[in-house]
Design a protein around this ligand. Structure first.
Ligand code: NAD
Length: 500
């Protein structure tokens, strides 16, 4: 903690309907990536706090006011939360910018849009129906019903805290579960601000809890806790793999939204100007700190050089600087470890023989001040087997890889352990459909990039994850099905030693 810690905004966690100090009494500093200075203190929770939160959530899921709510009442409460989020959108956007370095130009729209996840699932809350089975056993009535799982631990990364939380929280609440949220230790402030909205909406105590702190000190105990029924995780593949193994010990359900190294594929027959913008948006938006970054740009050989020139021209004009300024286009990297990781990958790319035709270094523009900025970077001469093409950088670093024809585009596109998303730029509808079929990715965009909606399922193929978020179907990931049998004939029970 620094000497000026008294002037920092001091947050508390939210457990069992109350603002809570951490059991340890310790706090972590949260930094503003633009000034590189701490601005807030975040409670350093531990296993004791995690246990209190899970007990509260478990009580709310199975007893008391939370458990007694009808599905319609749940829907109303989630809708009320959404209304409050709409009113608070601007304030929440500013917190994300300050804590995360996100651009206000993007966050303004994002915090206004994210209540839609709550509205959508609020509407679904009382439309979760089981069925009556025309059962083949005479004298029996059989029906199914969907029931909540109980307590869901939501473990969230730093890159889009409130949006990625909405993807989990809205459906899990609609399904009748309760939550313990563990935001990233780098960006917890917006989730704690969000809890003020939850309080205003009037959710019963224990339905939504937040415990802040480190992965090993809070996340681990949550995953291990016997009263947690499901772990809903978004983060890196390395952490996801560890959590999945940990969850397996307790046979817990788990959904995993992990990393990506998405191919963004430009054919010679594309609308070139739009494809250039799509490639730029795919890698430099959100400073490349997005799981869906189109970080492998596959360009058809015949247009490669001309396309790279256009990319360099547009990327080279990107305005960097204060993320609170509406004209800033590339903001800072969110935290120091990530900043260092990106610079290390730039070195790796050079050592592998790739050529930086744009950027390739820490940004030292006066408008970047002391912030953690990396110049928008484009590498050419990349082969798909290089580390820079295979590993997730999670920063504004693009690898351009040439390809000859459709077959080679598919082969390179799929030659990766990840499968989160893919982009295709072509004006040939047959080619677009064939590529959409052949690319191994949970989302394929044709002539667009980074489009997401509460209505459309999102998730990964291969090592990009398990399960889906958004859309109607996925609410079932927070439900379990029960089959109920009733004997209706009142006939004398048959031989008890054989199956009915
Ligand atoms: P991370 O995996 O380091 O951390 C994610 C969360 O897990 C944090 O809250 C962290 O504290 C917690 N954690 C860490 N170790 C843990 C442990 N042992 N047990 C329990 N919890 C633990 O990820 P990050 O660096 O915060 O985020 C960036 C990553 O997230 C990137 O790989 C990115 O691709 C991925 N991501 C995926 C999606 C998606 O929807 N697929 C969306 C956004 C980000």
């Amino acid at each position: 903690m620094t000497s000026n810690s008294e002037s920092l905004e001091k947050y508390r966690m939210h457990i069992a309907g109350e603002w809570a100090e951490p059991a340890s009494g310790d706090y972590l500093e949260s930094f503003n990536p633009f000034t590189a200075k701490p601005w807030a203190l975040i409670p350093r929770g531990n296993a004791e706090d995690a246990d209190r939160a899970v007990e509260a959530a478990h009580g709310a899921a199975f007893n008391g006011e939370g458990a007694a709510m009808t599905a319609t009442q749940r829907g109303h409460m989630i809708r009320k939360l959404a209304d409050i989020l709409v009113e608070e959108a601007e304030r929440l956007a500013e917190i994300e910018v300050r804590d995360n370095g996100k651009l206000i130009a993007e966050m303004g729209g994002q915090t206004r849009y994210l209540p839609q996840w709550y509205y959508y699932y609020a509407g679904l809350a009382d439309k979760i129906e089981g069925s009556v089975i025309p059962i083949d056993k005479p004298g029996h009535f059989n029906y199914t019903k969907w029931e909540p799982l109980g307590v869901v631990a939501c473990i969230v990364p730093w890159n889009s805290p409130l949006l990625l939380l909405a993807w989990k929280l809205a459906p899990l609440l609609a399904a009748g579960n309760t939550a313990v949220i563990k935001p990233s230790e780098f960006t917890s402030a917006s989730t704690l601000e969000f809890m003020k909205c939850v309080e205003k909406a009037g959710f019963p105590a224990g339905v939504i809890n937040v415990v802040t702190g480190f992965g090993a000190e809070v996340g681990g105990p949550l995953v291990d806790h016997p009263k947690v029924a499901k772990v809903a995780f978004t983060g890196s593949d390395t952490t996801g793999r560890a959590i999945y193994q940990q969850a397996a010990k307790g046979l817990k359900k788990a959904s995993m939204e992990l990393g990506g190294k998405s191919p963004n594929i430009v054919f010679a027959d594309a609308h070139i100007e739009n494809a250039v913008k799509g490639a730029i948006s795919g890698i430099f938006a959100a400073t490349g700190q997005t799981c869906i970054a189109g970080s492998r740009l596959l360009v058809q050989e015949s247009i490669h050089d001309e396309f790279v020139d256009k990319l360099v021209a547009l990327g080279g004009q990107a305005r960097m600087g204060n993320p609170m300024s509406l004209d800033t286009q590339v903001g800072p990297v969110t935290n120091v470890p990530q900043f260092e990781k990106i610079l290390k990958y730039i070195d790796v790319a050079r050592q592998e023989g790739a050529e930086a035709v744009l950027g390739g270094a820490k940004a030292q523009r006066p408008e970047c001040g002391n912030g953690w900025f990396v110049e928008p970077t484009i590498f050419t001469g990349v082969r798909n087997d290089m580390r820079i093409a295979q590993e997730e950088v999670f920063g504004p670093v693009l690898s351009v890889i040439p390809f000859k024809d459709d077959e080679e585009a598919v082969a390179i596109g799929n030659d990766i352990v990840f499968g989160l998303a893919a982009g295709v730029w072509t004006q040939n509808i047959g080619r677009a459909l064939t590529m959409a079929d052949k690319l191994q990715a949970g989302t394929v965009w044709v002539n667009t990039y980074r489009a997401v909606s509460y209505m459309s399922p999102f998730g990964g193929y291969k090592q990009s994850g398990l399960g889906r978020e958004s859309g109607q179907e996925m609410i079932k990931e927070y439900l379990q099905m029960k089959s109920v049998w009733i004997e209706t004939s009142n006939a004398e029970a048959p031989n008890p030693f054989v199956m009915r």
